[in-house]
Ligand binder design. Structure first.
Ligand code: ADP
Ligand code: ADP
Length: 211
């Protein structure tokens, strides 16, 4: 299955992508994670992406599209994938369609996670990440054993001003994707409020129902 996840920052895309990809036996490809790994590794790609990420803006399409096309060409993505955080605007969606078409494949579905601004702000503000394992926690909703541990950090883009800009960027640039996939008959929408496990079940049902 070839799937993309769409939803505002903090909707729970990363959390669900991890579980759903494992359940479906396909790789999870998260552009945010790939960018962050490049930023911490100080690679040329990371240097290009950092200023955009820190400001909560999109990294330019030519950088992002090439990175994703390279990743999709790897063996493990040939039979299916779950893209988390890509595409993020209509131009990227068109490029993805072309890349897949050139490989003789098509996207099956776009799964939209719906959550209000108030809820995503709450989720982003309390998000903490483990340096050693990469696991994502939430101070209130999925608390780490020791919230004061040196192993935990807060993403630089999870600060109030940057969150505000990311929501604006989502509304202006990413939300139109929903219409793009709706017009292709590929959109499946689920309510992203509730327990993580409930949302996973909703997602799997929605995906199954559309198969
Ligand atoms: P979140 O999961 O909170 O929405 P991500 O980890 O997906 O955030 O993305 C973090 C940042 O990485 C974005 O704000 C953006 O700067 C950059 N980024 C990730 N994916 C893309 C993309 N498809 N196009 C452009 N920039 C991206
Ligand atoms: P995204 O990738 O869409 O930015 P994440 O999966 O990183 O979102 O989730 C954002 C924050 O919300 C994290 O701290 C995560 O632990 C928390 N979270 C994820 N799903 C839920 C949920 N169903 N209820 C409450 N908090 C959640």
């Amino acid at each position: 299955m070839r799937l993309v996840l769409v939803g505002p920052p903090g909707a729970g895309k990363g959390t669900q992508a991890e579980i759903i990809a494992e359940r479906l036996g396909i790789p999870k490809i998260s552009t945010g994670d790939i960018f962050r790994a490049n930023v911490s590794g100080g690679t040329p790609l990371g240097l290009k992406a950092k200023e955009y990420m820190d400001a909560g803006n999109l990294v330019p399409d030519e950088v992002t599209n090439e990175m994703v096309a390279d990743r999709l060409a790897e063996d493990d993505a040939k039979a299916g994938f779950l893209l988390d955080g890509y595409p993020r605007n209509t131009e990227q969606a068109k490029v993805l369609d072309r890349v897949l078409e050139a490989a003789g494949a098509t996207l099956d579905l776009a799964l939209e996670l719906v959550a209000s601004d108030d809820e995503v702000v709450r989720r982003l503000s309390g998000r903490r990440v483990s340096k050693s394992t990469g696991k994502v926690y939430h101070l209130e909703f999925d608390p780490p054993a020791d919230p004061d541990s040196d192993d935990l950090y807060q993403r630089t883009d999870d600060q109030p001003e940057t969150i505000k800009n990311r929501l604006k960027v989502y509304a202006e640039q990413t939300a139109p994707l929903v219409g793009y996939y709706e017009a292709q008959g590929k959109l499946v929408r689920i309510d992203a409020i509730g327990e993580v496990s409930e949302i996973t079940e909703r997602a799997l049902n929605a995906i199954g129902a559309a198969e």
